[in-house]
Design a protein around this ligand. Structure first.
Ligand code: KIV
Length: 288
């Protein structure tokens, strides 16, 4: 039995005032690196669709795709908490569909918990899933699956009334049984108020430093995604640039003959080589 970070450990971190580190993760090698770096939650987000699969939004992502990548992340980790996103239309159609799909992410995918987007209108679904024994993380503020309804990818809760509504949504999700809540693109003071009101941890993305943890999209942080990134997506590396320059050097060395060098090839005993060359039928072959 693996000893992974549990939802109780995550709640205890909030109590101790210890920030939770969450990062999106979609494959085996990244899972190994993220876990070595001490990331608490490896999150298979449906951003998978945009940063790995090349869709232009998260809408087309399927359950099968989420399961495929969740399994890889589970194989690449043993300590971190693995959280899987519920893709568009895997939980909106009915509570029963939502429970069935959440169950698949745990049973087949190997995740420890699931995340879904929405406020008061998903509270019943959350309760239904949690009552079946599946931990659920909520997600309010900018919810990319409903970006069209929200008028695009823009910050949420910027008037007193909308901020109050966000606080109400957060309370409703906590009461429905969520173990944590993502706050995306919410003004920092609003996120701070939500964080101090809730007992469960908040995980911010573009929502300021007062949240109980932070999450970013791995490909934004590494400089691996070339589409438009939001302003809150701080870039810590330029891995895309490193990959491009490594491949350009490889191509140039193949074309110039500099690669492979002797140290990249295998030798054979002299006498074996001689016997091979003498016995070879190559010289008796004629071109056709
Ligand atoms: O799918 C995702 O990557 C997310 C994060 C932006 C929190 O939901």
């Amino acid at each position: 039995m693996e000893n992974r970070i549990s939802i109780t450990d995550l709640k205890a971190k909030k109590k101790r005032g210890e920030p939770i580190v969450m990062m999106t993760c979609y494959d085996y090698p990244s899972a190994r690196l993220l876990e070595d770096a001490g990331v608490d939650i490896l999150f298979i987000g449906d951003t998978l669709g945009m940063v790995v699969l090349g869709y232009d939004s998260t809408i087309p992502v399927t359950m099968e795709e989420m399961l495929h990548h969740t399994k890889a992340v589970v194989r690449g980790s043993s300590r971190a908490h693995v959280l899987a996103d519920m893709p568009f239309m895997s939980y909106q159609t009915s509570r029963e569909d939502a429970l069935g799909n959440a169950g698949r992410l745990l049973k087949e995918g190997g995740a420890q918990s699931v995340k879904l987007e929405g406020g008061v209108h998903v509270a019943d679904t959350v309760r239904f899933i949690v009552d079946a024994g599946i931990p659920v993380m909520g997600h309010i503020g900018l919810t990319p699956q409903s970006a069209t309804m929200l008028g695009g990818f823009r910050a949420q809760g910027r008037t007193a009334e909308k901020a109050r509504r966000l606080l109400d949504e957060a309370i409703a999700l906590e009461e429905a049984g969520c173990f944590a809540l993502v706050l995306e693109a919410v003004p920092a003071p609003v996120a701070a108020r939500i964080s101090e009101t809730l007992v469960i941890p908040t995980i911010g993305i573009g929502s300021g430093a007062e949240c109980d943890g932070q999450v970013l999209v791995l490909h934004d942080l590494l400089g691996l995604y070339e589409g438009r990134s939001p302003r809150f997506a701080k870039r810590y590396a330029d891995i895309g640039g490193d990959i491009r320059s490594a491949l350009e050097r490889f191509g140039a060395e193949v074309r110039s003959g500099a690669f492979p060098a002797e140290e990249h090839t295998y030798a054979m005993p002299e006498e074996e080589l001689e016997a091979f060359l003498n016995g070879s039928r190559a010289e008796s072959r004629t071109e056709t």
